[in-house]
Design a protein around this ligand. Structure first.
Ligand code: COA
Length: 149
């Protein structure tokens, strides 16, 4: 599949909003994406092909990176896009001096958990009732960059 992973720009927002609405029960809004692009601690990437195929957003503060969201449009899944975006986000966070990258995931979200485990993340804890619509625990997954070059 032909796509490039590039920093998200204002031109990507409308398609990213549509993808959020397909992928999440509590989607990030257009205003939310606009705020993210203005936030100097925010690093959003898109997989840009014939349209926005997927995106990942990371917040980096004081040497800690946090994956705010990651999604791939349903018809483009299982083609390596999620993994490629996650690798780019990890590489960027490490190069900017972060020591680890972390996230929460619904405990029922088997595809995402499989992706994180394949990419070297390990379970680090559980946040009770972290999610709404429906209420569900969030499992914390973390990857430390120690020893990686
Ligand atoms: N079942 C089992 N393993 C899966 C999987 C699935 N449905 N989807 C991904 N994986 C694992 C596999 O190990 C896969 O490697 P393989 O295809 O060689 O077996 C690996 O992850 C990489 O998969 P990849 O094709 O890069 O993932 P993707 O592009 O399909 O994106 C998500 C994965 C999670 C981003 C995608 O399913 C998605 O957008 N889900 C909805 C949004 C979401 O839940 N985001 C996470 C919020 S925490």
């Amino acid at each position: 599949m032909d796509y490039k992973i590039v920093p998200m720009s204002a031109a990507h927002i409308d398609e990213a909003v549509k993808a959020e609405e397909i992928c999440f029960s509590v989607p990030l809004t257009k205003e939310g994406f606009e705020r993210e692009l203005k936030n100097e601690n925010s690093h959003y990437l898109v997989a840009a092909g014939e349209k926005v195929l997927g995106y990942i957003g990371v917040h980096e503060i004081a040497g800690e990176a946090y994956i705010h969201n990651i999604a791939v449009l349903p018809e483009y899944r299982r083609a390596g896009i999620g993994r490629a975006m996650l690798k780019s986000a990890c590489d960027g966070a490490r190069e900017r001096g972060c020591e680890f990258i972390t996230l929460e995931v619904r405990q029922s979200n088997a595809p995402a958990i499989a992706l994180y485990e394949k990419c070297g993340f390990a379970k680090a804890g559980v946040r009770k009732n972290f999610y709404s619509k429906p209420a569900e625990d969030g499992v914390i997954y973390t990857k430390y960059f120690r020893g990686e070059v």
